[in-house]
Design a protein around this ligand. Structure first.
Ligand code: GUN
Length: 283
């Protein structure tokens, strides 16, 4: 058996097209959706990520403003800056790129963002809203994964979904979204006693650990859907996920590639959240 690919590039492209149309509608109402991106320090990966976020926004007709600050900026100064963005009616979304320099308390900084502008969905209020099924922003990566499942018409009701990884950004919110769709959800992590015994029972596996070959062919039930959130480098320096793609694709029914899978969806969902924030601001 060879799994069918879930093409993140194609799906993200159609999401961006939808975003362009929503942006045009807002502009016709006199609202220019505007995302503020705050980058503190010189982390090379962060610089690449924010460059992509600005480019994606601009290509979609959203305005993006990148604010860059030196690594020695104080936490108090950053909190003041976030407050100014919170009260600026022309700004609809605020994203503080992580990681922050080690002298800052990242969670405290995230909590300073107004939940109405928390397009990353990292605020406790956003996490709580997801947990209790109230409106709020959902973190972009797991939301993108859910859209990928929707794109193949997958009905999660009563299915067993295994999430590998328990981060606040991916694993935990992913589990909540799957639960919200009536899946039976198991969250696995580094202390899970027998990962293979659990993944072999899974109809859906989401691998979000950040380590190569966490999921291999012998761990997958034939026909299962495998979503790979990982972004790693192999020995040749090539981008790869958490899943042994070549092995697992022989067993799975559906699989997401890396690159070209979850990554582009994460980027697209940020645009969707920013538009949502701008639309809510007009209501
Ligand atoms: N650093 C790596 N990924 C992300 C993300 O999705 N949002 C923010 N704010 N920082 C990140």
């Amino acid at each position: 058996m060879t799994a069918q690919l879930i093409d993140g590039n194609a799906l993200a492209k159609s999401m961006r097209e939808g975003a362009i149309a929503r942006g045009e509608k807002l502009r016709a109402q006199g609202v220019q959706p505007h995302l503020a991106i705050v980058l503190v320090g010189e982390d090379p990966a962060s610089q690449v990520y924010v460059k992509h976020k600005v480019a994606d926004s601009e290509q979609t007709g959203l305005r993006a403003t990148l604010e860059r600050y030196p690594a020695d900026m104080s936490e108090a100064e950053l909190l003041l800056r976030i407050h100014a963005l919170n009260v600026d009616n022309g700004i609809h979304g605020i994203l503080v790129q992580l990681p922050l320099p080690s002298h800052m308390d990242s969670q405290k900084v995230i909590e300073a963002i107004s939940p109405a502008k928390d397009v990353d969905g990292f605020h406790v209020s956003s996490a709580g809203a997801l947990m209790v099924g109230r409106p709020g922003f959902w973190p972009c990566t797991p939301h993108g994964c859910l859209k990928m499942l929707d794109s193949i018409g997958y009905d999660l009701r009563g299915k067993h979904a295994v999430v590998i990884g328990r981060s606040n950004i991916v694993g935990k919110p992913m589990a909540m979204m799957l639960l919200g769709r009536d899946a039976t959800v198991t969250i696995c992590h580094s202390r899970t006693a027998d990962l293979k015994a659990l993944t072999l029972q899974a109809d859906v596996v989401v691998a979000a650990v950040g380590k190569r070959n966490v999921l291999t062919a012998d761990m997958v039930k034939p026909g299962a859907v495998v979503i790979d959130v990982g972004m790693n480098r192999n020995d040749e320096g090539k981008l790869c996920g958490d899943v042994d793609f070549d092995g697992v694709k022989q067993v799975a029914g559906w699989i997401t590639p890396v690159p070209g899978g979850v990554g582009p969806m994460t980027r697209a969902m940020l645009l969707v959240n920013t538009l949502e924030a701008a639309e809510r601001a007009t209501r």
